[in-house]
Design a protein around this ligand. Structure first.
Ligand code: SAM
Length: 269
């Protein structure tokens, strides 16, 4: 067993709140995350190696782990905590700057993402991997309320984020993880979610924009929100009628599938 906290202290590591550094050391919980993400025999991509605690548990099960960590002060720590593992490759790049084509090229084969995400970039990271041609699923810890929004089918929580994820994937909450399981302890609880890509469904900038436009003002009708961004009112009315939706429907009434069909009918996605 590796004593991650002692190794961090030995290397005089200072936690950086701005990088979303909330580490986990509980090996039972970490292994549960690795199993939930389907690490067994898989090629796994991890965002944010931290002290290497989750990386080790994933590597013990995976065929190969490619882990990204932008805080280079963690590299001496990781050299120690990940020593002896020959199926782990560490990258110091920011995946958001690399872009998904380059990430996919680096990995070079179908993979799954498993991560205790840095929360300040949860949404851009999810959208990035939903655009991948090679990523089959994303299993990650996110703030509990973000997980609830991602998985909401209707009601107040259902919004552009829910529609975006659900249009191309099936998300579910695996379990809640309490704030005291992290070090340092964040203000809110988290949830482990697993997002499985639907076959051949790839997220795009056009989808992102269309869903944001649909929900621009939640209380307004779709007709109002979409005409506000220059779409033709008659075309929107016709498309809603043909799809069997009311002329006064709001975005949340259509659900992710309905919005996707509307976007296609309007040639927007
Ligand atoms: N996996 C570790 C664990 O579970 O204990 C650390 C998780 S911590 C919530 C998130 C990690 O992501 C931090 O180590 C942070 O430095 C790193 N990070 C933040 N922004 C990143 C980025 N853009 N690319 C890669 N890693 C990043």
């Amino acid at each position: 067993m590796v004593d991650y906290e002692s190794v961090l202290i030995k290397h005089r590591f200072k936690f950086k709140k701005a990088l979303g550094q909330n580490f986990i050391y509980d090996e039972e919980l970490l292994d549960e995350i690795a199993v939930a993400g389907g690490a067994d025999g898989a090629t796994v991509v991890e965002i944010g190696a931290g002290s290497g605690s989750l990386s080790r548990m994933i590597a013990a099960r995976a065929k190969k782990l490619d882990s990204f960590e932008i805080d280079e002060t963690l590299f001496p720590v990781l050299e120690e905590t990940l020593s002896g593992l020959d199926n782990v490759q560490l990258f110091s790049n920011n995946v958001l700057e690399l872009g998904i084509e380059t990430v996919d090229m680096l990995i070079g084969e179908p993979y799954v993402v498993i991560a205790n995400l840095p929360y300040y970039i949860t949404t851009p990271l999810l959208f990035l991997f939903l655009k991948s041609e090679l990523c089959g699923s994303i299993t990650c810890l996110v703030q509990k309320e973000v997980a609830e929004r991602i998985c909401a089918k209707d009601g107040g929580d259902f919004g552009a984020l829910s529609a975006s994820v659900q249009a191309v994937a099936s998300p579910r909450i695996v379990r809640i993880v309490k704030s005291w399981d992290f070090d340092p302890q964040p203000d809110v609880d988290s949830a482990l979610i697993r997002i499985d890509r639907k076959n051949d469904a790839v997220f795009s900038d056009a989808l992102d924009k269309f869903f944001k436009d649909c929900f621009a003002q939640k209380r307004k009708t779709l007709v109002n929100n979409l005409t506000a961004v220059g779409m033709n009112k008659q075309e929107i009315s016709d498309a809603l009628r043909e799809l069997g939706f009311s002329q006064t429907a709001r975005a949340e009434e259509l659900g992710a599938d309905g919005l996707m069909r509307l976007g296609k009918a309007l040639g927007a996605v």
